[in-house]
Ligand binder design. Structure first.
Ligand code: NAD
Ligand code: DAU
Length: 334
């Protein structure tokens, strides 16, 4: 297959590109990515010499570029999005533009070119927030997004389903819980905490720190997307989760334990407005139909992730200093 991977220079997208080129020696990948602040070509640096890989800088809302790339590929795997909840609270418009309009532009191109296979990567946040005793989210949970980010992702999910029902576009959707692992941008809790601690700084914990997320190692998420893309039933949604529910403060304490540091580095700060209390995923459908389940436990995954950041200091220092933004120009002379 020749895959068009949107957002392939971001955290999960770049892990997915590495995964596909490693696991499927016949496949080719074209990445379309705007290189916003979240896109980092260094995530794909060793692939620049791989003849099965091509990078195109461009915007998913640009119908012309999207059309020409979709025409050249067999399937679209759509990661590109504005992904950070805190930024969505400050600037919702960017989220509606990329996440809703960008998805519609891609869907139109997929439809125009004979109904290209389309996998949409979405989030568990579209389902809202759980109380402590609520059952986990599943494929039948009603949508109830509560932040501009999750509302824009919900809009994109609805469009994907509408193109399936209205135009028979061969789509699938996966709604996944919180990822962590290599190339995670250090604005999100786990990479921010690890890099702050490695630099001798404090970790900001929002509110009481008792919000719960269901953490999944990014490699397990990439395996799930790959399976759904190749073996998932058309028109279906698959929920993907980590069996990894943990309070934020417990995550931070685990990281402190791995790094041998004390609790004086924890700094409680003002809470996120509308902060969702708990997410959790019931992944029994993808387990039953496709045999997928998480393979990395949260404790093992956090140890591996701390080790990755320890051994990739140049990567995250370049992100934190902003130097990573020059990498495209140096590679492509632009
Ligand atoms: P990210 O912010 O790390 O990466 C997003 C990528 O999209 C970046 O490379 C960015 O440059 C690119 N992009 C943004 N706007 C674009 C545009 N208009 N045109 C082209 N490219 C554009 O995000 P991530 O954490 O890797 O998430 C990837 C996808 O997975 C998103 O759709 C997100 O909603 C979903 N998701 C993320 C998580 C998570 O825990 N991070 C969990 C579930 C689902
Ligand atoms: O659930 C899937 C979602 O997970 C994805 O769809 C999003 O793209 C991804 O960003 C993530 O959203 P969260 O808001 O859950 O992730 P974040 O890492 O920003 O925050 C995790 C938890 O930690 C959340 O309860 C807020 C809290 N937090 C976050 C930051 C950045 C802190 O306490 N301190 C922080 O500095």
């Amino acid at each position: 297959m020749k895959l068009l991977v949107t957002g392939g220079a971001g955290f999960i997208g770049s892990n997915f590109v590495h995964h596909v080129l490693r696991e499927h020696p016949e496949d080719e990948v074209v990445v379309l990515d705007l290189l916003t602040y979240a896109g980092n070509l260094e995530n794909l640096s060793e692939l620049q010499v791989n003849p099965r890989f091509r990078f195109v800088k461009g915007d998913i809302t640009d119908a012309e570029i999207v059309d020409s790339l979709v025409a050249q590929c067999d399937a679209v795997v759509h990661f590109a999005a504005e992904s950070h909840v805190d930024r969505s609270i400050m600037d919702p418009a960017a989220f509606v533009r990329t996440n809703v309009l960008g998805t519609q532009v891609l869907l139109d191109a997929a439809r125009r070119h004979g109904g290209r296979r389309f996998h949409h990567v979405s989030t568990d946040e579209v389902f809202g927030a759980l109380g402590p005793d609520d059952a986990p989210f599943s494929e039948v949970t009603p949508y109830d997004p509560r932040s501009p980010y999750s509302a824009s992702k919900a809009g994109s999910d609805h469009l994907v389903r509408a193109y399936f029902h209205t135009y028979d576009l061969p789509v699938t959707i996966s709604n996944c819980s919180n990822n962590y692992g290599p190339y995670h941008f250090p604005e999100k809790l786990i990479p921010l905490a690890i890099t702050n601690l490695l630099e001798g700084q404090n970790v900001p914990v929002y509110g009481d720190g008792k919000q719960v997320r269901d953490w999944l190692h990014v490699e397990d998420h990439c395996r799930a997307i790959d399976l759904v893309l190749r073996k998932g039933r058309i028109g279906e949604t698959y929920c993907v989760g980590g069996n990894g529910e943990r309070e934020n403060i417990a995550i931070v304490r685990t990281l402190l334990g791995i790094l041998g540091l004390g609790e004086d580095t924890i700094e409680y700060v003002k809470d996120r407005p509308g902060h969702d209390r708990r997410y959790a995923i019931d992944f029994s459908k993808i387990k039953r139909e496709l045999g997928w389940e998480p393979s990395v436990t949260l404790d093992e995954g956090l140890r591996r992730t701390v080790e990755w950041f320890r051994t990739h200091e140049a990567w995250w220092k370049s992100v934190k200093s902003g130097a990573y933004r020059d990498y495209y120009g140096k590679q492509y002379g632009k």
